[in-house]
Structure formats: C-alpha cells, structure tokens
Design a binder for this molecule. Structure first.
Ligand code: 5CA
Length: 440
C-alpha cells in the first residue's frame, strides 16, 4: 500500500476526549472515528488490525470444532418473549418498531436466536455435540460508554453457543472453549487469566471471565501470581480428548483467581502473601454454562439414546474483538506510539522513503516494496513528500513492527537502515540483505 494513495488521517494533537492511552493512540493513528456516542467507524488502518484479530479468533474456534454461521443484528422481540428475557433485559436493549409496528430489537447477544435455529432442525442426540458461532455487531445501550471501543454501545462480538445431551458433555464443550481462549489470547500477544465470574443477564452457574491485567482496566481482580507464567495449550491439543481438556481446565483453575463480584476474601488470604496479585483488569472474553435455561422455555430438545426427549444443555462463549484492539495497545505501547505484536500488525513492514523525488531513493524503495509485496508481506510504502521527521513519527505512532529506511546517503552506498519498532535497534545493511531478511 502506497501511503500517498491510502486513507490514514493522523492527528497531530492529542485528542481531548481520550482518557486512556489506547483511545488516544487509536484516534491519533486514524484507526477509528466516533460517529455518535459509543458508536464507531473503523477506518482502514483500524479495520486491518480488527480483521487480523478476527482471523486468529476464527482459526482457534475452528480448531476447537466450532462451526461458523452468520446471524442478523436485528431480532424479533417474539423470541425474547419466549425465553422471558424481553422484559428482564432492561434499558440496555435497543428496542425498535418496524413499519408494521412489530417490536424488534438490535441484538445484545444471541442465545435466543441460535436456540431457535437449533430447535428448527436438530432432533437427535446423534447430531451432538454442536457448537455454532458468529462474529457480528451487537448493541448494548450502556449507561457509561467510554474509553473508545473498549466500552462502546455498538461493538463486535465473537459469540459461540454449544449444545449437548448431558451436563458432562456440556462441560467438555466448555473446556474446549476454555482451551481455545487460552490459545487465542496468547496468539494475540496477550496474557489473559481465566477468573471465576458472575453470570449477570446471561445466567447459569459456571462462568469464567478472561482478564488481561492492566492499570486502566475497569474490573477489580484478585489472583495467584503464578498464572502469569502458566503454559498455554499447544497447537496439537486434542480437543476431542475429554481427559486432556479436563486436565487443562483443572490446572488453570487450580489456583485462586476471581473478579470482584466473586471475590472470597478468606480464600484469597489463604494464598501466601507474596503470591497474591490484586490488580485491575480488562475483560476480553467471558464463557458461560447455563444448562437448560434457554432450551426449556424455548422447547429445544433432542431424542436421546433412551428414546426419550431431553432438553439440551447449553453454554455460550463471548470474545470482544473491538475491545481486544485497545486492550492490545494498553499492553503494548511506548511514548512514541503503538507497538503491534506481529500477529495483528496492520502492516508487516513500513518502507520509509526519506527523500521522495530523489531518483536513487525512489528506485530503491520501489524495488524493496515490490520484492516484499511479491513475497506476500503486507507492506506500507511511505512515498509521501512529508519531512523525514514526520515520517519517522508516523511510523512509530502506527506501530508497524519493522521499518526499512532509505535515505540518500545510505542508498548511495547501496544500503538501507532496518529498525525494529519494539527495541528501537537499527541496523545498516545492503538492500539485498534487507529484502532477504524478510523474504526467507
Ligand atoms: N452471550 C454471552 C457470551 S457469547 C455474552 O454476551 N457475554 S458477555 O456479555 O460477557 O460479552 C462477551 C464479550 O463481549 C465480553 O467479554 C467483552 O469482551 C465484549 N463486550 C461486552 N460488552 C462490550 C462493550 N460494551 N464494548 C465492547 N466490548 C464488549
């Protein structure tokens, strides 16, 4: 992508409305724009990061055996009247009437709709287990939307829903998502700790929030500090192994970890003082097992091996991609800007032409840009006629992991500089060596 032809509206000034660093940096880097309170557009640079986050989420959901579909944002109130949540959900639900005066709503979550899809076609235990997910916008009319897309009114959610014949089978489904979440957040460059959590309006008894420790987090959390170094389940984890996944769950729940709603002071005080971590955190995922809470009122049942009808046991599993992007920034930035983990960086490499219009600089940059693009890298080429200082500041601000800098003096020697955004380390090398480093 040539920067001269891209759309990346950088802000020079610090936006006044931003209270936390991720919000400030997302606005300054031209990643998002607020359209009305708590409702955001994702501008091209932000959209690239969001797409990469979603690709990792999707990959890990698929690995764990979940199946993707797409459900609409607008729902009919009837389904919610069946489950009994239409009245219970309160003011957070945005209620709308269509031209026939039928009550509709902008979905804050999809338990009802997915249960309706399930009951319309699944009739036998032989079709279980089943886990259906989508990545879709949701709307919750939060009293206090704040911190940009961290807590917005319209936001994106990956929500998965599992269906099983028995409680035991449903626990295996829960454990699959538990392990998939550990892997997902790890691949996003984050350390998320599962903590016992309250179930709120979703319901049920078993629930974990996945929390990233951050001073700016909205949740107050308490846990054993060893969680920070626990091993993440590997790529070859067998998601069909009931014992294997139970072992992962048991290990990751063997030490104290709870959000403030579930906090047990006495149990926490039993943890040796030096091992206690009392901190703030950002909830990036939340999983629930709620048994037959929706299947009973909505009549979602299957025939079991005993020939009788059974209400299915369900769970739901949420991740917030539009919250994850600022959460990653909270965890990874410095005074100059964002430092993206390579897995979600909007571009892999930025090529900086320090003197656009200079034939040797232009030729060198074009050569590098073409070679790296051909090798499948996402390359941003800063071919604008801005001052070199402005270009360096922009590259640091948008946090692309590698900068290849071509200035007249180095280029005259057939060389460029390669800078690592995270460490700041710079290396001068031949043009060929710079290309080969990233093509290999
Ligand atoms: N149906 C269940 C699981 S699919 C559910 O709705 N869970 S939830 O309410 O905990 O939301 C799931 C995830 O969505 C949260 O962990 C969080 O990452 C994200 N999320 C929730 N509310 C917001 C919000 N207002 N802004 C941004 N992300 C949000």
């Amino acid at each position: 992508m040539r920067l001269s032809r891209y759309f990346m509206p950088i802000l020079k000034e610090n936006p006044k409305e931003a209270e936390i660093v991720s919000h400030r940096l997302m606005l300054r880097a031209g990643m998002i724009r607020q359209q009305s309170q708590g409702i955001y557009s994702w501008l091209p640079l932000g959209k690239r990061v969001l797409d990469k986050v979603n690709a990792i989420i999707r990959d890990e959901q698929n690995r764990a055996g979940a199946i993707e579909l797409s459900m609409p944002t607008l729902q009919s109130a009837e389904l919610w009247q069946e489950s009994g949540r239409y009245d219970a959900y309160g003011k957070e639900m945005l209620r709308i009437k269509d031209r026939q005066d039928r009550p509709m709503l902008y979905g804050p979550t999809n338990e009802e709709m997915v249960t309706d899809i399930f009951r319309s076609s699944v009739k036998s235990y032989k079709d279980l287990p089943l886990n259906l997910y989508h990545i879709q916008l949701k709307f919750r009319d939060e009293i206090r939307p704040r911190f940009g897309t961290m807590r917005s009114r319209e936001f994106m959610m990956k929500d998965a829903y599992s269906f099983d014949l028995t409680r035991e089978a449903a626990e295996h489904s829960y454990n699959k998502m538990f392990a998939a979440y550990l892997r997902t957040f790890d691949r996003l460059g984050l350390r998320a700790i599962p903590m016992r959590a309250d179930t709120g309006p979703i319901g049920g008894k078993l629930s974990h929030e996945f929390i990233i420790l951050a001073d700016t987090g909205e949740s107050e959390v308490f846990c054993h500090k060893d969680f920070v170094d626990f091993d993440i389940p590997g790529e070859h984890t067998d998601f069909d192994s009931v014992e294997g996944l139970q072992a992962i769950f048991d290990k990751w729940t063997s030490l104290y970890a709870a959000t403030s709603e579930m906090h047990d002071e006495a149990a926490f005080n039993a943890v040796p003082e030096g091992d206690r971590l009392s901190a703030r955190g950002i909830e990036v995922g939340h999983i629930f097992y709620f048994g037959t809470k929706y299947s009973e009122p909505m009549g979602a049942k299957v025939q079991g091996p005993d020939g009788k009808e059974h209400f299915v046991h369900m769970g739901s599993y949420g991740i917030g991609p539009t919250r994850l992007v600022p959460a990653i920034i909270e965890a990874s930035h410095d005074n100059s800007g964002i430092i993206w983990p390579a897995s979600v960086a909007p571009f892999d490499i930025v090529v900086i032409n320090m003197k656009a219009g200079d034939q040797a600089c232009d030729d060198t940059c074009e050569l590098i840009y073409a070679a790296l693009s051909k090798a499948g890298k996402d390359v941003l080429y800063d071919d604008t006629d801005d001052r070199a200082g402005t270009k360096f500041a922009t590259a640091d601000l948008i946090g692309v992991p590698v900068q290849i800098i071509a200035g007249p003096r180095a280029v005259a020697n057939g060389e460029v500089e390669v800078k690592d955004r995270k460490t700041g380390a710079r290396e001068t090398m031949t043009i060929e060596a710079a290309i080969n480093r990233f093509v290999a």
